[in-house]
Design a protein around this ligand. Sequence first.
Ligand code: HEM
Length: 412
Amino acid sequence: MSSDHSAVEELTPVQLAVIESVAPHMRHNPYAAYATLRAAGPFVPGPHDMHLVTRHHEAQTIMQDPRWSHAEEPQLLHGDSEVELPGSFLWMEPPDHTRLRGLVSKAFTARTVSGMRERAEQLVDGLMAKMLADRDVDLLDALAYPLPLAMICDLLGVPAESHDHVREISTAIARGLDPDLLLSPDELAARTAAVHAFLDFFGELVEQRRRSPREDLITALVQADDAGARLTANELLGTLLILVVAGHETTVNLIGNGVLALIRDPDEFERLRAYPELCEPAVDEVLRYDAPVHLTTRTAHAEITLSGHTFAPGDAVIVLFGSANRDPLAFPDADRFDIARYARGRKSQRHLSFGLGLHYCLGAPLARLEMQVVLRALTERVGSMTLLDEPPYRPNVVVRGMSHLHVRLDGR
Ligand code: HEM
């Protein structure tokens, strides 16, 4: 027996679950580890003196309490290494957070986003027609990537011929959002290269829009700066970075996870086809059941007592959204995928997949819209979906998802 093996044997089940809950090789199923952690308590000592927040009540309370700050996340996850990511409002607190989020929030209200439904339908129509003609596809490549990428690039004003370049850059940056200790030297180097490529590409686009304005979000940001909103060049690029990376890497997984859940549960797919009005609530059930973003961090800025535990100022926690969403104390039959859980008239706890509080996901209306359009199209055009092989998962811990989803699609 190797010494490594005996070292693993000496761990308690909870210690093993702590490791597995954030281990890149356990991405295909972190849920068993989460269950062990929840049973051990609402707070479990985790890596680097941070407590893992395992249950829904505590996760929700922390996310809504402004005494818990998100500004330290880059430092917590990336330590002393040169992250070189331009600062984004995701990692700021008021007043900077309020100023920068305010500049882009108009573009993402439910009303503005509903005006983008037609464009989403047009894109899904084309992608679906090609998938049905090809029959055997990697659904991530054929649908889950191109849709959100095209939507966010359209909104920003990135030309179609550059979408692939943007996808490549943003995939490497999304991997680099994971804690540095989980990244190989190659991945760290790839992140640095991707950040440079991002700054080159978007820096040039910003200059172009400054010279010749268009009807797009980059122009709006450039003009906000010119109008005296005091948006530094670094803040402008940081805002673009978070919109590009958060705006599509996450939605890719929402689409992939949703299709996978429906394939694994054909009765639920049948139910969706019989009651297409369930497409809207089904989106939230996919978000709850298999969250695209599995964790975030928060740091206490005061002494805070919660559920019998007192945190000192400076104490940090890892909030496990993926675990909170499966907490049986919050959700009856929590491990069951039930597309009607969020149907009108049913009182279900909110899931935490878009976060909560000050940093609640800005793009939630857009992500919901895209997924609704995908589900509608599946119910209208697809007769059956078959998994062609067990999907492999990317090693990403924060933004968790598959690397391929090979399926056979048969039309109705
Ligand atoms: C299924 C898709 C998505 C998921 C699961 C998701 C998830 C999240 C989560 C969990 C947060 C909060 C992080 C924290 O508090 O630590 C967040 C914030 C954010 N998301 Fe999303 N997101 C999605 C799609 C989008 C889209 C489409 C956009 C933009 C177009 C977007 C833009 C943002 C931004 C800008 C923030 C930062 C908000 C702030 O700090 O005030 N997201 N997202």
